[in-house]
Write a protein that binds this ligand. Sequence first.
Ligand SMILES: [Zn+2]
Ligand SMILES: [Zn+2]
Length: 303
Amino acid sequence: MDLKLVHTAVDAYAKGASRSDAARLRFFEGLFDIQQQRADLVAASDGYEVPAAPEAFELYRDNAPVFSKAPVTLDAAEFQKTCELLAAYLASEAGLADEAAQALAAYDWSMFVERADLALAGSDPALFIERMLQSISELDVPDDLPANVFMMVPAFALRAHLQPAAELVAKAARKGKPEDEPGRVHPVDCPICGTPSTASWVGAGAGSDGRGREQYCSMCGHQWEYERVRCGACGSTNQNKLHYKNLEGDSAHRLLTCDDCGGYQRVVFREELDPSCPMVMEVEDVVMAKLDQVALDPRFRNQ
Ligand SMILES: [Zn+2]
Ligand SMILES: [Zn+2]
């Protein structure tokens, strides 16, 4: 993450936002600061053995995510520290109920790190989060602390510990790509960490022709080229079943819905954004949260 761009984008969005939206943006701005500081530290320790360029390209192009074949080794003590910092931040800044905030601040992350399968976290982070949620009863999470709030901490922490390796892999894969490599079908889920995409953007600078589309993964921060007309959830390319919708007055942020799988994706239209504001997908993800409410609204479903 480029924190300078993050701050510029947050400032721009916060200016015209309601009080609650501005507070939400500021909350995430602080969260991104912690994630990036921790990512810098992980990067500096340089523990990831990135495959050589030709191999990285082969791994990247393969059907299975790169981390499933070249996993990240998470440093347990550092991961614990990242969780502690994020838990303290969420407890004081996330606007949680008092009991939940106190429980989160008091939670013992050394126990979490002992019981968590960190090898799985470094090879299939989405499955790691799913498994931890399933076995939450074994983690001594107090009743006052909702499981989804609790799991935000390790999920946010993973970004800091996966992003440096994801950046190295992406760089090596770009370097290892042969000049005459033909076009290919792009993966639905993140080609590096295997997590379903968080959001998407289209417009200038996207894809190999510069007018395409890119998927964004919030788990590791990677962005990858994608077909312009294609469902981001199931991969369907059936034009008749894919529809764009947006909130009135905001054509820059749209929902791409799919009749095939019933899923949807939030898409940024770069050309429709305020040209003086940099596009930062981490911030766009926060801004587009209101589209999730639209997508889940039954009135919208019947349209
Ligand atoms: Zn990823
Ligand atoms: Zn679909």
